[in-house]
Each structure stands twice: as C-alpha cells, then as structure tokens.
Write a protein that binds this ligand. Structure first.
Ligand code: BES
Ligand code: MN
Ligand code: ZN
Length: 485
C-alpha cells in the first residue's frame, strides 16, 4: 500500500515526514503508509488522547518507530471530510510553526495533500506548497539576531511537480511583496521601487522604463505629480514588461498604488497608527510580486506591470485643499482632500496605460479606509467595468483562495464627485467611500476592460502578527496563468 511513496521517501531521505491525522474515524488512505510503518502508533496515541487530531494541533515524534527511524510530524486535521480554505490554511500554518525551529530542510507528506472544499488535487498541491513556503517568510535586515529559515524541498506523493512549482513561484512572489511592504518608509522610497524594477529587469530580462518627473511633466501628468510635490523624494512611474508571447498579442496590464508613505499631506492624518501608512505601497508590492511569480513560471502571455510611486507629505510645496490640477486625460480635479491621493496618482497612470492597448487592466490599491469598514480583512473589494474580467477574477480568487468581493459601480454614485470648480472633486463625501473612489478611477478607464482591487483591508495585518500579507499576489498570478492556458 502506498509503496510508491515509501520507495520515494527511502530514496530521497526526507528529513521529516508529515502525516495528516483526522480526529475521528480510521486513518484514511492518505495516512495508511505512515500507519503501517508506525505499527498503529497513531491510533494508539489518539485513543489515549496524547494526540487527538484536532484541527491545527501538531505533535513531533522524534523517532517514529522501529520500522521507520526518522522523525514524523503529526498534523491534526479535525473531523471534517473536506476542509474550508481557512481551515486548510490553519493546518499548514500549524505545520510551519512546528517545523520552523527544527533543522529539517526536506519535508515529505505521507500521502496525498488535504481534501479542500471546492479544489481539485492539483489546486490543493499548489496551495499547500504556496502556504508552506510563504510561511517561512521572515522580515530580515534590521534586527541584530536575524535568523534565516527555509525549507528547500517539499515532497508529495503523485509527482505533480507543475502544481508544486506554481505554489513555489507564488510564494516567492508573495514573500517579495511582503518584504517590500514591510520595509520602512525611509528605505522603501519611490526611487527604491524604481531600483527594484531595474534589478528585476536585469535578473529576468524585462524591458524596464522609469518615467521620471520631467517626462511626466511633458506628458501632462499633473495629478500624479501633485501628490509628490510636498516630498523631497522624486516620484516615478515605473514600467516593467514581460514578453512571453508574440509581439502582436495584447498585454495584460497591472497597476499598483505605490505611495511609499501616506501622511495625508496638508489634510494630515491623525497620529495613531500612522506608521501603518508605510503599507500604502502594498498594491505596488503585489504587482512586483506577481511579476516575480510570472518571471519564474514563464507562461505564454505578455504582461506589463506599472507602478505609480510617490510619497505624500505636507510642505510648503504640497497641494492644498481646493487646489485644481489637470490630469493627463485633460479632465480637471479639485483636490478637496490631499489624503485622497491614491486616486490622483492612479488616474494619470491609467491614462498612460492606454498606449499599451491592453487586453485588460487591473489596478491594485490600498485606496480607502471605507473599504476596511465594508469588508474588513477577509475580502478585497473588486470593481469592474467588464463582465469577463469580473468573472475571470472571481474564478481566480476561488482557485487561489485569495478572496475578493464584487462591489458596485452604479452611475448614481458618480454625482457625489461633482465639483463647482473643476470637472470632478477627488472625494465623494462620507457615504460609500470605497465606491466613490472606484467611480473616480472609472472616469479614466473607459477605453479598456478594467478592474480595480481595493486591498486596504487585506494588504497587511495588525496586532502581534503585524506585517504585510502578500495579498493579492496569489489571485493575480492565478488570473494571469489562466489567461495563458
Ligand atoms: N491610504 C489611504 C487609505 C487607507 C486608510 C488604507 C487606512 C488603509 C487603512 C488613502 O490614501 C486615504 O487616506 N484615503 C482616505 C480617503 C478620504 C480622504 C476620502 C480615507 O480612506 O480616509
Ligand atoms: Mn491618503
Ligand atoms: Zn493612501
């Protein structure tokens, strides 16, 4: 029974074998190998309540049995036949926590991956390898006692290396997004992001174009430029092109909000938690992360990543409430609140993107506190002017377990942006704040299929686990992979 796995494990000499253990019933086929080789030890442990198999409990057996003298980690999966995305993720997190302090580099799962509701086997393999690898991400570079942890190899029965590789690449992308997000604002400036793009360009042979302030000025991008005007840091529009298909194939474009610190400008934010506004470039980070995952996987499509990078600071040069700027599209904007700066940088970038004649454009932005109120940290808000893009994103969201929720863009909301002095105001009042922000962007995306992801609630977590989440790299990578198929 499962001798194939046994042969494989004995040849590869995994440092650690992981066995999923349910809290009820017999050990399923997936754990029969381990059961056989451990002489019924698992059931015995469960009977005497040493290890109950409760969801996300783990127990390390340093020497599993006489038959198998290697360490085995038992991982409880509870009593449900199929796990939800969230519970499956809990199981994998518990495994990561258990093996982090251990010296093992190659881990093998005894049997098939988990049964996860709504996912086929290949998808589960991808998710498990993604979550496992991503779990080892650690912010380094700023503490004296940085430890670097990693696993080098994850093995499953079944040899679906392609599925595992998607997970590994997605984890590399989301870990990169986490790292950029977690970097402090005094390190991660717009020019730092520009340098990252140049590094990516050299490493993966991408075409990189850094549009500096003088070129943006020539292009008429006065809205984007107005945001960085209060800062000593120069703004950049960063473009990275991955050419994986014929030149004639229209590109998929993703645009990230890259406000490397958002003080609010003259409409200054309150002090509490203002440090978290270093995360206001997490949309940009997720686009960098997606580019990394795509460069590792090399799907056959053309993909362009665009980053609108600026720092929002108060100063003698900064925009003031009531200032009017002309966007690259020709439309004018009355800046009633300098803290609604994300839409001001994105709108000019969205107009710039027209030149690529995109197949679709997805912008990703920590855009509104109102989206956090509406959806919390579970779902990213999704807006779109195109049913196909919406359907594709919802599907990619299911597959990647990276949740989005469709939000409305009805015309009736648009009038909240009326201004007596310009074509539009940059804020729409207290009601439906995430919607009116999306409505603002929709005025610049009329010429192509477009979706907007408001990730203000999902890009990072607070409290003791404070840190960037790496979302929605999983979703965006999956969206592009589906487009290449
Ligand atoms: N970056 C913020 C949005 C944000 C706030 C994200 C809190 C995550 C947590 C954005 O630039 C902003 O300040 N938006 C304003 C818009 C308002 C002035 C219309 C907001 O949400 O308060
Ligand atoms: Mn702001
Ligand atoms: Zn912001």
């Amino acid at each position: 029974m499962n001798s194939m796995l046994f042969d494989r494990l004995s040849t590869v000499q995994a440092d650690l074998v992981i066995a999923f253990v349910p809290s009820e019933g017999g050990l399923s086929e997936s754990t029969s190998w381990i059961n056989e080789n451990m002489g019924g030890l698992i059931l015995q442990l469960r009977d005497d309540k040493s290890f109950s198999g409760k969801l996300a409990d783990t127990l390390l057996l340093p020497v599993a049995s006489q038959e198998y003298a290697q360490p085995v980690l038992l991982a409880g999966i509870g009593s449900d036949a199929e796990l939800s995305d969230a519970d499956a993720k809990k199981v994998i997190s518990s495994i990561v926590s258990a093996i982090k302090p251990l010296p093992y580099k190659t881990v093998a799962f005894a049997g098939k991956a988990l049964n996860v509701k709504g996912h086929d086997e290949a998808e589960v393999l991808t998710l498990v390898s993604q979550w496992l690898n991503e779990g080892f991400y650690q912010f380094t570079g700023f503490k004296k006692e940085d430890a670097t942890l990693s696993i080098e190899n994850v093995l499953f029965e079944g040899d679906n290396q392609a599925a595992l590789d998607i997970g590994i690449a997605t984890a590399a992308g989301s870990s990169y997004a986490k790292q950029l997000g977690n970097l402090p604002g005094n390190v991660c400036t717009p020019s730092y992001l520009a340098a990252q793009a140049q590094n990516m360009g050299e490493k993966y042979e991408l075409e990189v174009d850094l549009v500096d302030e003088s070129r943006m000025n020539d292009l008429g991008m006065q809205s984007l430029l107005s945001v960085g005007r209060g800062s000593d840091q120069a703004s950049y529009l960063i473009v990275m092109k991955y050419n994986g298909a014929d030149e004639g194939k229209k590109p998929y474009v993703m645009l990230g909000k890259g406000i490397t610190f958002d003080t609010g400008g003259i409409s200054l934010k309150p002090g509490a938690k203002m440090d978290e506004m270093k995360y206001d470039m997490c949309g940009a980070a997720s686009v960098f992360g997606t580019m990394k995952a795509i460069c590792e996987l090399k799907p056959k499509l053309n993909f362009i990543a665009v980053i609108a990078a600026a720092e929002n600071m108060p100063s003698g040069n900064a925009s003031k409430p009531g200032d009017i700027v002309k966007t690259m599209s020709g439309q004018t904007v009355e800046i009633l609140n300098t803290d609604a700066e994300g839409r001001l940088v994105l709108c000019d970038a969205l107009t710039y993107i027209e030149r690529f004649e995109p197949e679709s454009v997805i912008d990703v932005a920590t855009l509104t506190g109102a989206c956090v109120v509406a959806l919390g940290g579970v779902n990213s808000g999704m807006y779109s002017n195109n049913d196909d893009v919406k359907t594709d994103l919802l599907h990619a969201s299911k597959v990647s377990a990276d949740k989005v929720w469709p939000m409305p863009l009805d015309d009736e909301y648009q009038k909240q942006l009326d201004s007596n002095f310009a074509d539009m105001a940059n804020i729409g009042g207290p009601e439906a704040g995430s919607v009116t922000a999306a409505c603002f962007l929709s005025r610049f995306t009329k010429s192509y299929p477009w979706a907007h992801l408001d990730i203000a609630g999902t890009a990072w977590t607070g409290g003791t686990t404070k840190g960037a989440s790496g979302r929605p790299v999983g979703l965006l990578t999956q969206y592009l992979l589906q487009k290449a198929n």
